[in-house]
Design a binder for this molecule. Structure first.
Ligand code: ZN
Length: 282
């Protein structure tokens, strides 16, 4: 069922665990991710970013994602990820999205606040996520992370949340989109300092490639929503390549795509278990 993102955040806060937010780009990934949530009987955020909506077409992808959420037997919030343009936020809310992340992290503090205040009005009763500091890398490609992006300043976090009315705060503590070069180094002391002052739950972007123990440490320090994108695309691409190699000129689309979907479902289930139970369970 399609629910307000606020409900799912409240679920994670009450359980002191984290909910998975999975990025989708098309019908197949959407079905594979809903299947994972249903198999684990867990709520999820199903996220579509501006790039994915542009690639697939807003009307088609939003219709697919919203219909899949409504049909699901578990609570699903449909989330607009990394929106920078107010027109896209308004379009998503009008279409039925129940959660929006407005990325004003490239702006100075006052500009970021103003950007989110305007979005707060547009988003109304649905969940609104803001970001303070910068998460490096690209959402849609496996690029390298930038070490020079500013981290979240704990001294600014409380004022930021209060002035914007956000429901959750995405933090920058050394996390990055895409593939990490070497072992990711997260500033856990900074995360604890942010948690101590933040009136809202925290969000971690760029979880692909972060070791399980470090994920658990983040959840212990108030992270309640974790975004996964790259690892899902990796599962999809790797199994698609294997399926194509085995197809032998039969062009068996359901078999090849079905296999790739199963692989994505398995990967997503591991993340759901890790974020909810503290262990992926294999
Ligand atoms: Zn992100």
């Amino acid at each position: 069922m399609l629910v307000n993102g606020r409900e799912i955040l409240a679920w994670a806060v009450a359980r002191r665990c984290a909910v998975a937010s999975f990025n989708t780009y098309d019908l197949e990934l959407t079905r594979a991710l809903i299947a994972a949530a249903e198999a684990e009987q867990a709520p999820i955020f199903l996220a579509a970013g501006a790039g994915a909506l542009e690639f697939a077409g807003f009307t088609l992808l939003s219709a697919v994602v919203l219909a899949a959420a409504e049909e699901a037997t578990v609570p699903v919030a449909v989330h607009l990820d990394h929106a920078t343009h107010p027109a896209l936020v308004e379009r998503a809310v009008a279409a039925g999205f129940t959660s929006v992340m407005v990325d004003g992290s490239a702006l100075p503090f006052a500009g970021n606040v103003a950007h989110l205040q305007a979005a707060r009005t547009a988003v109304g009763p649905w969940a609104l996520e803001g970001e303070l500091g910068g998460v490096g890398g690209s959402e849609d490609r496996a690029g390298s992370q930038h070490s020079e992006v500013p981290m979240t300043d704990p001294d600014e976090a409380a004022a930021f949340a209060e002035h914007t009315g956000i429901d959750s705060l995405a933090v920058a503590i050394g996390n990055a989109h895409g593939v990490y070069k070497g072992e990711p180094r997260l500033d856990l002391d900074r995360l604890a300092a942010i948690e101590a002052v933040s009136p809202v739950p925290l969000v971690l972007h760029g979880a692909s490639g972060i070791p399980d123990g470090l994920i658990a440490a983040c959840i212990e320090r108030g992270v309640r929503k974790i975004n996964v994108n790259t690892e899902l695309r990796r599962a999809w691409f790797e199994q698609l390549a294997a399926g194509l190699a085995l197809d032998g000129g039969r062009y068996d689309l359901p078999a090849v795509f079905g296999g790739a979907m199963e692989s994505v479902t398995g990967t997503a289930r591991s993340f759901i278990r890790l974020f909810r139970d503290g262990a992926s369970g294999g």
